[in-house]
Design a protein. Sequence first.
Length: 445
Amino acid sequence: MTAANRIVGATVWTGEHTLHDAEIVWSVETGTIEYVGPSRGPAGDGDIDGTGRLVLPGFVNGHTHAGMGVLRGYSDDVHLHTWLGHVRAIELRMTADDILAGLRLAMAEMLRSGTVGFVDMFEWTTPLLGAVVDAGLRVNAAPTVFAYDAVAFPSAATATGAQVLDATPGLAAEFAGEQRITVTYGLHAPYTCPPEMLSDVAARRADNGIGIQIHLSETRREVAESLEQWGVSPIRHVADLGLLPGRLHVAHAVHPEPGDLGLLAGPGVTVSHNPVSNLKLGAGIAPVPEYLAGDVALGLGTDSVASNNTLDMYEELKTAILLPRGVANDPQVITGRSVLKMATAGSAKALDQGLSGVLAIGEQADLQVLDVSGTTAAPFTDAVSFACYAARGSDVTDVVIAGRVVVSGGRCLTIDEDAVRAEVTERATRLRGELADGDPRPVRS
Ligand SMILES: [Zn+2]
């Protein structure tokens, strides 16, 4: 393991301003930054030479299902509700080892493209959280339920939704000593979880302080069905049941109804904007400029590789900047800088680990280093411009999380990428084969 704790001679965007020929020093013991400022001398042995390099705060992916790594490229061109059926057919057959392999692949991809943490809804167990600890990433992990009696992942785990909810505080307590691991309740959506379950989990949160993640208002169909069934939008529906305000992380919020924006801007609430997934599934375009103007705490996320199909936050960043401009026919409706902050400080808030997304003395040393010496960065004059419009995940050379170097020279130090790639390919082939063979298990749980 590289024990570097200093970068010298780099351009640094701290999250607030740009420094040239700058130096960053952090403590490997505490994981916090001890110096950010002008370079005080040349790079020494063990330092990261920042010549031709740009340092940014690490990205936090605001919404993922990392354990779905085996599903990349599966069910590409259908509506969400058809897609959910296709994905469910595979998920029901996934073993604990299929999920672990997919998670490790996703983590390798995230690390290699500058992501230091992710906010995730899926199957979460002690071994899966242990894999995150080993990889060195941060996670806010929500073991996700669909209903009290539904078994979400029968081949991987036989716990019903009721059992998963009861076990979630124990899992949180088990990892309470890990500053990079947060465990929250995971409610799939108001169209899968019944009202009594939503209000029950709100009461559990009030009792034990454990936060909640949920998908809300992803498609017009979801909103129309909620209006028909409950007489209110999905966002108002969960607010009426006690989930809003409070520590709630919302994925999507693509189609707010009148009054919903004020609920999303309530205390404790964070929202992940996932534009590529929303476009790929034809779900729609979230009103991001209105959310920013209305003080909604917005982060940026990719969703899973089955609905994206990459975890590269640079692609998400550029899409999120360009999309509202095309809708409004106005290039000034949103700035690149504001979306870059969504991908760093914004999503970091949803992690709920005190990560600021800013590189400053006393803050966590969570950063990414990009190679800006190549053709696609020249002339390199503006760090924010490059990050927002020209950079790709493959430009990332080094990643530091809580003071630990986890990517060095473009190589992931904590995951054997060749091995996990081969393993996921083999497992994905087997799962697709089971479906083709007409496995008799039902398509939906
Ligand atoms: Zn999702």
